[in-house]
Design a protein around this ligand. Structure first.
Ligand SMILES: [Zn+2]
Length: 348
């Protein structure tokens, strides 16, 4: 194991040129007993260039890590080369140990891939610097949702190779350019790059889905992997706005008994990826008359286009397709309430 200079990288990036012993068996909440911090692991393979896979950028999203553990066991990667070289980044070890998206005193590990201020920006730079030394086959960043969503793949460029790589995972594809500080955006400058959203953390369906996808990516020849699957039907959406709530507002869902600032409908998450008509009531505002806020990709406030208060009701002003609506108040405050998307037609 080789370490970068701690004076220049804090939190320190740990480098491994083989899979650390016991990694395939460790429960995620004990991962710090094997990996002391963010780790970049180079795994030998029969063919190059390597595929880059990142997991646990969000500490409570474990599907990607568990899929990697399956991969290590199924392909016996501790003693044999992988079908293709892999560079594995395991991100927020400290948050994973605690089962949270991020710790309170640190930034979101999927918002540090552009910028120069924080120690975590230097960590991200160190990873990108290592990756820039070689060609990459593809980059796959694996996540879970806290709200109910279909499994889907996100892309930050609409090149065909990106769409096809995403389409191998799901017919539901989200194209976004904000937030631009995500790892998939940084890697989209090097190779076809996708973010996979695999449903709720810990569910077997998401685990099997992403495991099978990784096996395809590792074993398929490029002309197959980056060409359209036989079913060409895609639903591509473009994220056009982010929805947030006022800082420190208290939120409730369903029948809200305590005194909350906004009380949202209990079936909120069922609206994800559906066409929500104008005039739909999303919730009720409390005595402070708080409302949802929407900002577009240029950070312009466009709340008035999408939401209004009708007496105390929080109502949609025009039809919208939401994603990532969640009822997890911590995640809403740490990240956002959800996104607004629109269909993005691309001819095949
Ligand atoms: Zn995530």
């Amino acid at each position: 194991m080789e370490n970068l200079n701690a004076a220049t990288v804090s939190p320190q990036l740990h480098l491994y040129n083989a899979i650390p012993e016991y990694l395939a068996d460790i429960p995620v909440e004990k991962i710090d007993s094997i990996l002391p911090g963010p780790s970049l692991i180079f795994i030998e393979g029969n063919v190059t260039p390597p595929i880059f896979i990142s997991v646990l950028l969000h500490g409570n999203e474990t599907t990607g890590f568990v899929a990697i553990q399956h991969l290590i066991k199924e392909f016996d990667l501790a003693s044999r080369p992988a079908p293709r070289e892999i560079i594995l980044f395991i991100g927020n070890i400290a948050a994973a140990k605690k089962g949270v998206r991020r710790l309170d005193n640190e930034p979101d590990y999927n918002r540090i891939w552009n910028g120069d201020i924080l120690p975590e920006h230097r960590l991200a730079k160190a990873v990108l610097e290592k990756l820039s030394k070689q060609q990459l086959y593809a980059a796959i960043d694996i996540h879970n949702n806290t709200g109910k969503n279909p499994h889907y793949a996100c892309i930050n460029k609409t090149d065909r190779s990106f769409i096809h790589l995403a389409r191998r995972f799901s017919k539901t594809i989200v194209y976004f350019t904000e937030p631009h500080e995500v790892i998939s955006m940084a890697l989209s400058r090097h190779c076809p790059s996708v973010t996979l959203e695999c449903g709720f953390s810990g569910e077997a369906g998401g685990l099997n889905h992403v495991y099978n996808y990784l096996v395809q990516c590792l074993t398929m020849p490029a002309e197959e992997l980056f060409s359209p699957p036989s079913n060409k039907h895609n639903d591509i959406y473009h994220t056009i706005a982010k929805i947030t709530v006022p800082d420190n507002s208290h939120l409730g869902f369903g029948s809200c008994e305590r005194d909350v600032d906004m009380c949202f409908r209990d079936d909120l998450e069922e609206l994800n990826f559906s066409e929500v008509p104008a005039g739909t009531k999303l919730g009720i505002s409390g005595k402070n008359s708080f409302c949802l806020r929407a900002v577009d990709n240029d950070n312009k406030d466009i709340t008035g286009e999408y939401f209004r208060l009708d007496h105390n009701d929080i109502v949609t002003r025009k039809q919208l397709i939401p994603s990532m609506f969640t009822k997890n108040e911590t995640i809403i405050h740490q990240d956002c309430f959800g996104y607004i998307m629109e269909p993005y037609p691309i001819g095949e």
